[in-house]
Write a protein that binds this ligand. Structure first.
Ligand code: HEC
Length: 140
């Protein structure tokens, strides 16, 4: 009789343990918690707080006769980094500027050649000046 009660108690205990393990809500909560914990420790470990925050340190166009025009016509939509990364021929820069005008860049016809000359002089086929800024995400 005592042995039977012991077996029944063991069976009940196993049932309780199993239903806790198999409870999808409880296990989802538990895994959410552990993911949160991981994200937090990654933030502490990965980012140097002395780095600039992402998107806050942008490059400028190099000095020269076309800088004012490029500043006014190209920086409305993207940073100068987009241009610093290129190494295009005159033909390619002409096509690129024509494309940007099509997308909304405002460049008077009379100044288009001067802008292309400035772009070729600074970001021609030999250009290897681009260096990406190492930054950290907002809030980290
Ligand atoms: C009206 C908005 C706008 C203006 C103004 C603009 N661009 Fe762009 N530019 C874009 C967009 C959008 C892209 C594509 C971005 C992407 O692919 O992530 C782009 C991409 C580029 C690229 C990368 C290669 C490519 O063709 O996708 C270069 C180079 C570039 N622009 C140069 C310029 C220059 C030089 C000027 C000034 C004359 C300029 N942009 C002005 C919108 C603009």
């Amino acid at each position: 009789m005592r042995r039977g009660a012991l077996l029944a108690l063991l069976a009940f205990g196993a049932f309780v343990a199993f239903s806790f393990l198999a409870d999808p809500v409880a296990s989802a909560k538990a895994s959410k918690k552990s993911r949160k914990g991981k994200a937090k420790s990654a933030a502490v470990a990965n980012f140097d707080t002395k780095l600039p925050v992402l998107g806050t340190r942008l490059s400028e166009f190099p000095a020269g006769p076309g800088k004012a025009l490029a500043d006014q016509a190209c920086l409305n939509c993207h940073s100068a980094d987009m241009v610093w990364q290129q190494h295009l021929t005159e033909k390619q820069w002409t096509a690129n500027v024509t494309k940007m005008i099509g997308w909304g860049a405002e460049i008077p016809d009379a100044q288009k050649d001067a802008l292309v000359a400035y772009l070729v002089a600074n970001f021609g086929p030999e250009n290897t000046k681009f260096a990406p800024v190492v930054s950290r995400p907002v809030g980290r």
